[in-house]
Design a protein around this ligand. Sequence first.
Ligand SMILES: Nc1ncnc2c1ncn2[C@@H]1O[C@H](COP(=O)(O)OP(=O)(O)OP(=O)(O)O)[C@@H](O)[C@H]1O
Length: 266
Amino acid sequence: MADPGTAGTGEPVLRLTGLNKSFGPVHVLHDVDLTLRLGEVTALVGDNGAGKSTLIKCIAGIHPIDSGTIEFDGRQVQIGSPRDAAALGIEVVYQDLALADNLDIVQNMFLGRERRRGLVLDEDSMEEAARETLARLSVRTVKSVRQQVASLSGGQRQTVAIAKAALWESKVVILDEPTAALGVAQTRQVLDLVRRLADTGHAVVLISHNMNDVFEVADEITALYLGRVAAQVRRTDVTHGQVVELITAGRSGDLGLAPATAAENI
Ligand SMILES: Nc1ncnc2c1ncn2[C@@H]1O[C@H](COP(=O)(O)OP(=O)(O)OP(=O)(O)O)[C@@H](O)[C@H]1O
């Protein structure tokens, strides 16, 4: 029987309990529980409108929550702004990547958080840190950290955005459909990077509609259905078909879920 939120082996870093979020009369998230663990990739899946973006925006401090608790590193926290999220070590890579084309990789990785020595930018230190981060993540697809982002391929841009998120001693990195616009080879590279991000100690959330990506790289799968957690299960405990059922019907008949994890009474 699946045991939501406790089956993983990594250390829990972020725990959401009973999270609710409405926009006016529209109740979007219902009593959402979610545990993220260091060293693990949690795939967040769900149909269009299931509430994935809303959930990550609550974690990222963009949407205030209506009720529920957020624990980070074992203590209860309030995340009132993206700045609060970043201070805790939560980074989000949105689909637009938020990279500046006219700047190089180093400038992008430090955009808005530049290092200075006195009044001048400490270019050497930033360049070194950018190189180190890319090396730690075994990124070999980027030739020079002084390359302009405008000249990079889609996969390289995604790589830079992910490395940027890993630069800030972040503990939780949330990736919104990182492979959506990529071809086969670049998808492969980005999935490898997602895995390495977890292997270097981060808790990674991967939002994806692609079951192959999910099964390739996730440790844990959380399925949202109409704003409720239909299941949080180990990837090795489920089949593609069962996850598709969770996404499309909010339950899977042949999956032995504890009652609390089944999206009942919807
Ligand atoms: N600012 C808002 N005001 C009102 N309703 C909203 C707002 N943001 C999201 N919603 C509603 O919340 C529900 C969940 O949307 P959300 O974007 O979180 O889903 P999603 O799972 O990310 O979908 P997709 O896969 O299409 O991105 C939808 O019904 C959407 O219309």
